[in-house]
Ligand binder design. Structure first.
Ligand code: PLP
Length: 475
């Protein structure tokens, strides 16, 4: 796309037909006017401004300097079907021409929203027949808070207000979603969490599993929920929320015993169980929803990201019969909603995205082919002297960078936080054509679901080379 009127905009290079960008001008304008999420702007300016992404195809991105990069993070855990899907662009264009917007308040609906609601009810685990649409994962989790509390009001147990979450969870950035999240850095800004939300420990075996088998630790970590319920009084507790695998917290993969035990405890006390599937949904874990892999049946499912592969913003909450029957039969008005709930263009994008996931059997491919291949590739990377351990779950994976490798997750010696080794490593990755995320010294990937085995090998080779560069810097 050429936008000649804008400074720094693309021009066609004479002769070659290639698109050329004035990167310096774009960076300068960005630095002058654009406040980015979760960014230290003074530091960004010092480093010369943000990298400008201009194009994507499959698992690859190109920046404005023409560098080709493997997007190991699917944008922000969302581009499940990969970049460059003209089918989604066509669906969006057609819907924009037919009906670019109408709301779903006031007894109205639109065709894509109807069709998508029906599709989602089909795809979701049994007992899920309804959906409430939002535009993001944060709004989905805000909706969870309001829906859960409304449910207990209608059940004539209005004292059930407290929602239990976990430290180091990420559920979004709005006031309620950031409160549900357990990120200390977020709570430190803006007086969070809001009342009625408490946090228990995360099921991180590396952090708290010393002296136990993983299976034993899973039961122990789930037991923290029961302890918290008993401390609060079961009659005060409305719900428990968790990501099947914690994403932004650093790919924390719980032991297989964890979620079934959480389910048992929620059932025992009649507490609603909420699965935040904003990352894990739509195939990331080799199932349509992560709860199916982890072996639990939630009452509510929050989703976003992979539902449209990020092409257009869309999120929502899937509502099981237990909650829907109460909201629908006894609820009257639910005084909650967004202008863009059920946005026709976003729903059209989701319908085409889901059609692609189904037609190309991408979810099945993750389970049978690419997930196991990523596991093998990361087992190879675990042999690198800088890597203490590698962990994978279907198409998410993490490497722990350690100062002294002793072979056991509890015995490895870590770097000091001030050394920022993860950030050094991330920089090498960026400069050498692969995007990994650093959570402290834990290096993460969650590539598009279309990645092939050969591309996984290509990504792993680049990662190994960048680990070498990082190790070299530390000498
Ligand atoms: N929940 C989880 C598990 C997430 O990972 C995220 C975003 O990364 C959110 C919720 C928030 O979604 P959004 O950024 O679309 O508001």
């Amino acid at each position: 796309m050429i936008q000649e009127a804008l400074p720094g905009a693309a021009e066609l290079q004479a002769g070659t037909g290639a698109t050329v960008y004035d990167t310096a001008a774009l960076k300068q304008l960005d630095t002058a006017h654009h406040l980015h999420p979760f960014t230290d702007h003074a530091l960004l300016r010092q480093r010369g401004g943000a990298r400008v992404m201009v194009r994507g195809d499959g698992i690859y991105l190109w920046d404005s300097d023409g560098r080709k990069i493997i997007d190991g993070m699917s944008g922000l855990w969302c581009v499940n079907v990969g970049y460059g899907r003209t089918g989604i662009a066509d669906a969006v264009y057609a819907q924009m021409q037919a009906l670019p917007f109408y709301n779903s308040f006031f007894n109205t609906t639109n065709v894509p929203a109807v069709l998508l609601a029906e599709q989602l009810a089909q795809l979701a685990p049994p007992k899920f027949g309804h959906v409430f649409f939002t535009s993001s994962g944060s709004e989905a989790n805000d909706t969870v808070v309001r829906m859960v509390r409304r449910y207990w009001d209608l059940m004539e147990q209005p004292q059930r207000q407290v929602i239990i979450s976990r430290r180091n969870a990420y559920h979004g950035s709005t006031m309620a979603a950031a409160s549900l999240g357990g990120m200390a850095g977020m709570h430190a800004q803006g007086g969070l969490p809001i009342p009625g939300i408490v946090h228990i420990g995360q099921p991180s075996y590396a952090e708290a599993g010393q002296g136990m088998s993983e299976a034993e630790f899973g039961i122990k970590a789930a037991g923290w929920l029961e302890e918290q319920i008993l401390e609060l009084g079961a009659g005060q507790v409305a719900a428990f929320i968790g990501e099947p695998v914690q994403g932004a917290g650093g790919v924390i993969i719980p032991p297989p015993t964890y979620w079934p035990e959480i389910q048992r405890i929620c059932d025992k006390y009649g507490i609603l169980l909420v699965s935040d599937e904003v990352i894990c949904g739509f195939g990331r874990l080799g199932r349509w929803f992560g709860c199916e892999l982890m072996g639990f049946q939630p009452d509510l499912i929050a989703f976003a990201k992979g539902v449209t592969s990020g092409y257009v913003p869309l999120g929502g909450v899937l509502v099981s019969a237990r909650v829907a029957e109460v909201l629908v039969e006894r609820g009257g008005d639910f005084n909650h909603g967004f202008t863009y709930s059920g946005h026709p263009v976003a729903c059209a994008a989701a319908l085409e995205n889901i059609r692609i996931l189904r037609e190309e059997k991408l979810v099945e491919k993750v389970a049978a082919e690419t997930g196991p291949h990523l596991k093998a590739a990361f087992a190879g990377l675990a042999l690198h002297p800088l890597v203490g351990q590698a962990e994978t779950c279907a198409l998410v994976a993490a490497l722990d960078l350690v100062r002294v490798k002793r072979g056991s997750v509890h015995a490895n010696e870590r770097f000091a936080a001030k050394d920022a080794v993860g950030m050094i490593c991330r920089g090498h990755m960026f400069d050498n054509g692969v995007i990994m995320r650093a959570v402290g010294d834990r290096m993460i990937v969650a590539p598009p679901l279309v990645i092939t085995r050969q591309q996984i090998d290509e990504m792993a080779e680049r990662i190994w080379a960048c680990l070498d560069l990082t190790l070299n810097d530390l000498k």
